[in-house]
Design a protein around this ligand. Sequence first.
Ligand code: CTP
Length: 398
Amino acid sequence: MLASKRILLIIGGGIAAYKSLDLIRRLKERGAGVIPVLTRAAEEFVTPLSVSALSGEKTYRDLFDLTDEAEMGHIQLSRSADLIVVAPTTADLMGKMASGLANDLASTLLMATDTRVLCAPAMNVRMWNHPATQRNLKQLREDGVRFVGPNEGDMACGEFGPGRMSEPLEIVAAIEAELTAGPLKGKRILVTSGPTHEPIDPVRYIANRSSGAQGTAIARALSAMGAEVIFVTGPADVQPPEGVQVVPVETAQQMSDAVDNALPVDAGVFTAAVADWRVAGVSDRKLKKSRDGLPTLEFSENPDILKRVSHLEKNRPSLVVGFAAETDNVVEHASAKRERKGCDWIVANDVSPTTGIMGGSENAVTLITGQGTEEWPRMSKDLVANRLAQKIADALSE
Ligand code: CTP
């Protein structure tokens, strides 16, 4: 799939640089040419010799190498590729890119290029969450830079959280998505998915039966059509698709914050079954059985994410798609919901227990738009996803 594609791989200086060696192998296996560039800091983690041996190419290392400049100047090098991949992208590289610094070969190439750039960030969780990094991330997205990861998990520094570089195969999937022409190429789409968990105390929570299957299928279909997908998911039963940016959350409030962080996007698809209420005053100790009778839970209202995004004055996606899970008068309730929430389309489905839709592999939906309603026959959730993704592609190209 990557045959005859040329990838300029900039390896930044972080412990995750060792994974970039595997990334080179995976890209070569798929027929891609890899032109490697090492920052000075990266040379502390991997050697030019191993990088050249795996890529079969010269490793570019320093801006002021006169031989390199005579053979292939940095401007030409920056434009010789189909895609520039920065893996790992350190906090330092993000800062340089966001503010336009060009004081070494890697940052100069990134400034001089007119080729698309895909970043795979890797850093300590606190560095990732730092306002400066988050500001840079927003700026870079606005500048059109694409991102894959970071993932959440145990980190080499002993901490846990977002900051781990995506695995080489995830980066390969993101590269393939970038280089494959599709009707959603260049579009950034947000998908919310799965249930939310609202804590009662440290061991109990309120949840719902959503498996996340339909949202996952939609994210996969959009990504396969070339979109950059930000997948904000509650604790779902199914694995998230590869090649999308996964943002795991638990509560409605966390989902709402993650959605804000993902903006701006071209379209938002809100498939998540968000809990409407959360328990007010979550106990920090396990509630115990008491002789005073049953406990009483007080609730407060969760943010309505779909409604809020639909009414944004700044950064409203040009297409906002909501879902309506109903058990009776499906179309009537869903049409009213479309008006109430202010979204452009609503995908209505009947989740009465007899349909087996919630948690099942099939769905029967009605698409309600400003132009009218379309009833789709019962089909697999994958087919519903493909059909919806095609509709979204058509709408965004109008
Ligand atoms: N939704 C959301 N935030 C919430 C509740 C719902 O973003 N706090 C979104 C869902 O992702 C879905 C749509 O709103 O796209 C409708 O969800 P649904 O649960 O069917 O609607 P409710 O707002 O809960 O309305 P009702 O209780 O009247 O069915």
